[in-house]
Every structure is written in C-alpha cells, then in structure tokens.
Design a binder for this molecule. Structure first.
Ligand code: HEC
Length: 223
C-alpha cells in the first residue's frame, strides 16, 4: 500500500470511528416528547383560524379578567402606551366599513395602536394566549383568552357589550376588523410571483421607488 493510501485508510477509520463515537455518545440521552408536552407547545392559531381551541368568553367576563390582569399595564380602556403600544384607539367607523385604517396613510405621530394594525384576529388571540399577562405567559385558559379578546373587540367598538366570542364565530368577527385589508404580501420582502398572478410576493420587485442617480441628483429630482 502506498503511503498516501495508508493515510487515506487511517482517515477513513478515523471518520468512521469518529461518527460511530458521536452517535454512541447520544445513545440513551433524551426521550421523545410526550403528547401532553407537544400539546403544551402546539398552540399556534393561524390566520384561517386553524388551531383555535374550543371555547367561548363574553365581553362582560373579559372586562373582569382584564381589570384584574391587564389594566395595570395597558390602561382600563386599552389606551395606555406606557409599556407597549396602546391596544385600542385611532380607528373610525369608516375604517371598519372599508377594512383599511385611513390614518395609516398619513405619517402617524404617535405609535399606531394594536387595532389600527391588526389584519387577523387570530394574531390577537394567539398573542394573548402565548405571551400575556406579561408576568405569567400561557397561564390563561382558552375561555379567558376568548373573553379578553371579546372585551378588547368591544373597547375597539367592533362588537356590542352583550357579545360572546367563540371558536365558532371568530371568522365572522374577522370581517369587521378595521385593518383587515391593510396587510399585503405584495412587496419585495416576500418571495414568489406577484399576488396578482396567484403568487405570494411581488415578483421580486424592490419596495423603493427611487431612481438610480449618481450625479446632479437634486436637480434630477426637480429640487
Ligand atoms: C406587567 C405589564 C403587563 C401586563 C399586566 C399585561 N401586559 Fe400586555 N404587554 C406588556 C408589554 C411590555 C407588551 C409589549 C411586549 C413586546 O412588545 O414585546 C405587551 C403587549 C401586549 C399586546 C400586543 C400589543 C401589540 O400590538 O404589539 C397585547 C394584545 C397585550 N399585551 C394584551 C394583554 C392582555 C390581554 C393582558 C392581560 C391578560 C396583558 N396584556 C397584561 C405588558 C403587560
């Protein structure tokens, strides 16, 4: 055997030995997650409302839970921006009709509120369920999350005081969100063909409208 072949054989042994060693090293370590553990993490609610847990909660129930667990940070009408953006405010009856929040078309002086931006009700439910209250995330049972979502919808003047939100009527309420048509994937961040031709993105076009300019740019812009 030539010397280089010796080396090759030695390296092969090392590699085989090494990988066997690596595999053995993990034998007996860890275990499959149990169905209960998987369920505890598998809580995402999608835009088409797949993943919603069965349950219901009313505006009135939500008010009590909100006062006890949320108002200290978010204000008793969801108006406080002390800790996060204000949850409620800045939307009009016209916006609810059109599904686009008009105020977003102008430069917004204060931070836009949650309901000004929210395109999918599932996101609000999902967020409260996984992240709130701040000090005890994932502590709320599904009925409380429905009740809190219902109460916030009421504060945002989307549902009446005697309303009960559930996994059954969530999709109906979605149709009343003020900014339900405000989110598009029609821009450069998303891959794929343009949404006009059935894709998910804008066909790879840049988001900016700027024209390439290396000299006399101010005059090129008419300044
Ligand atoms: C101790 C303070 C505190 C309490 C109590 C609290 N939150 Fe929050 N909340 C926050 C903070 C801070 C954020 C911003 C978190 C971030 O952006 O990462 C936030 C964000 C949110 C948002 C997302 C806002 C947005 O548009 O980005 C929602 C919705 C919300 N909270 C709902 C609730 C609800 C419902 C409760 C009661 C169950 C609650 N919060 C209790 C501090 C709190």
């Amino acid at each position: 055997m030539s010397r280089s072949l010796d080396w090759a054989a030695a390296l092969l042994l090392l590699w085989v030995g090494g990988s066997a060693w690596a595999t053995d090293d993990y034998l007996g370590i860890g275990r499959d997650a149990t169905p209960t553990e998987v369920r505890a993490w598998d809580i995402d609610v999608r835009a088409d409302f797949k993943g919603l847990p069965p349950g219901a909660g009313s505006v009135v129930e939500g008010r009590g839970i909100y006062e006890a667990q949320c108002a200290s940070c978010h204000g008793s009408r969801g108006e406080s921006d002390a800790f996060s953006v204000a949850l409620v405010g800045g939307t009009t009856p016209d916006d609810r009709e059109m599904g686009r929040v008009r105020a977003l078309s102008h430069p917004v002086r204060t931070g836009p509120t949650t309901f000004m931006l929210l395109p999918n009700l599932s996101s609000l439910f999902d967020y409260i369920q996984r992240a709130m209250p701040w000090g005890a995330p994932k502590s709320l049972p599904p009925d409380d999350v429905y009740a809190l979502t219902a109460y916030l919808l009421h504060l945002a003047e989307i549902v009446p005081q005697d309303f009960t939100l559930s996994d059954q009527n969530m999709a109906e309420v979605q149709k009343k969100l003020p900014n339900r048509h405000g989110m598009t994937t029609d821009h450069g961040l998303w891959p794929g063909a343009s949404s006009a031709s059935g894709g998910f993105g804008n066909g790879g076009l840049p988001d900016t409208q700027a024209e390439l300019c290396m000299q006399k740019c101010a005059s090129a812009r008419g300044e």
